[in-house]
Design a protein around this ligand. Structure first.
Ligand SMILES: O=C[C@H](O)COP(=O)(O)O
Length: 341
């Protein structure tokens, strides 16, 4: 198939230097503000309306052809390419970093005509033990290393140890830290404790960007998801993230709708922009498009940039490559040809 290469390159380019706006108002990056318990108590979620709306997202006509290819390239740029397994090794992390540097095979980059994009993933996400390996393997690139921290995935080790773990990961070179909250603070309504915990984590991050994982599959109700989102944002989270990938239920569209609407309402109230990271169980190119459509509909174009949107995914890249291969030559390649991610 003939690819309109210049067009595709143009469609795929980001808006990295364009100011972040919502309804025409320019926003600034988030920073901690005092806990406002009225805002937390005021939160209401109409669960059946959210579920109905979420169900319409995958059913809608998706973007097609060059536009679809461009969105999938954007999905790669917004991906935290992740390995978080008990059998992780330095070799696996090095292979993952090589993939992050060059997420698409050369023949695809050439056929798509996107050499000038210098496409990479948004970050590489690993356990603390592999931060140094990843930093070294990504030398000479701008790809950040994200570390899952604070007793990931349960977050139940002593607070001082969790804070120390963040410091160690930052010292080792992680510029992004994915923290996990104490879920019991949410279902017990301990909002002050949750706020203090997230604020302490943020302080330990220093200049590193902090993504607050809510573990939404553990939070029982969508209202709890919304209230936890508000508290994490007031405590200074740069991103809010759905899941660790280890809960029984991970990223879903209803949970994501609730979180991105909390981000929108928070931005309207405070003038500050918080990013969003759905993570866990997102495996297909079609899912990537569903989430991008959600971001664009609910928050607008600025939330399709890696500065404000990331997927946490260990296995989605392979399916995106297969879809792009189909876009280029009309055939799907076998999954075994995309062994990494
Ligand atoms: O934060 C990232 C998640 O752990 C990735 O989950 P996944 O392995 O289901 O893609």
């Amino acid at each position: 198939m003939a690819v309109k290469q210049e067009e595709l390159q143009k469609k795929s380019e980001g808006h990295a230097n364009v100011p972040v706006t919502l309804h025409g108002r320019e926003l600034v990056p988030n920073q901690r503000i005092p806990l406002n318990l009225d805002w937390v108590e005021e939160v209401r979620v109409n669960t059946s309306a959210v579920e109905r709306r979420a169900a319409t997202i995958p059913a809608r006509r998706s973007v097609k052809k060059d536009w679809q290819a461009a969105w999938l390239l954007r999905a790669i740029a917004c991906m935290d390419l992740t390995t978080l397994s008990g059998d992780d090794s330095a070799e696996r992390v090095k292979r993952l970093c090589a993939k992050a540097r060059r997420p698409l095979q050369d023949h695809l980059v050439k056929a798509l005509g996107i050499e000038e994009l210098h496409l990479t993933t948004g970050a590489v996400c690993v356990y603390h033990a592999f931060v140094e390996t990843a930093v070294k393997a990504l030398e000479g690139t701008n790809i950040p290393v994200a570390a899952v921290s604070t007793g990931f995935p349960a977050g139940l080790s002593p607070l001082a140890e969790r804070v120390e773990e963040i410091r160690r990961s930052v010292e080792a070179g992680a510029s992004e830290i994915d923290i996990v909250i104490t879920r019991a603070h949410v279902f017990n309504g301990e909002w002050n404790a949750l706020y203090d915990e997230v604020a302490a984590f943020k302080e330990a991050c220093g200049q590193a960007h902090m993504k607050a994982i809510l573990g939404t599959g553990d939070l029982l109700t969508l209202r709890n998801v919304a209230r936890a989102s508000w508290v994490a944002m007031m405590a200074g989270a740069d991103f809010i993230k759905t899941s660790t990938g280890k809960e029984a239920v991970n990223a879903t569209l209803p949970v994501s709708l609730v979180m991105v609407r909390a981000i929108r309402d928070y931005a309207e109230r405070t003038g500050m922009a918080v990013g969003f990271k759905p993570a866990g169980g997102i495996k297909t190119a079609k899912q990537a498009l569903d989430w991008m459509a959600t971001m664009k509909d609910e928050l607008g174009r600025p939330w399709l940039e890696p500065t404000l949107f990331r997927y946490g995914a260990s296995s989605m890249l392979g399916d995106i490559e297969r879809q792009l291969e189909h876009h280029v030559n009309g055939r799907y390649s076998a999954a075994y040809r995309h062994p990494i991610a």
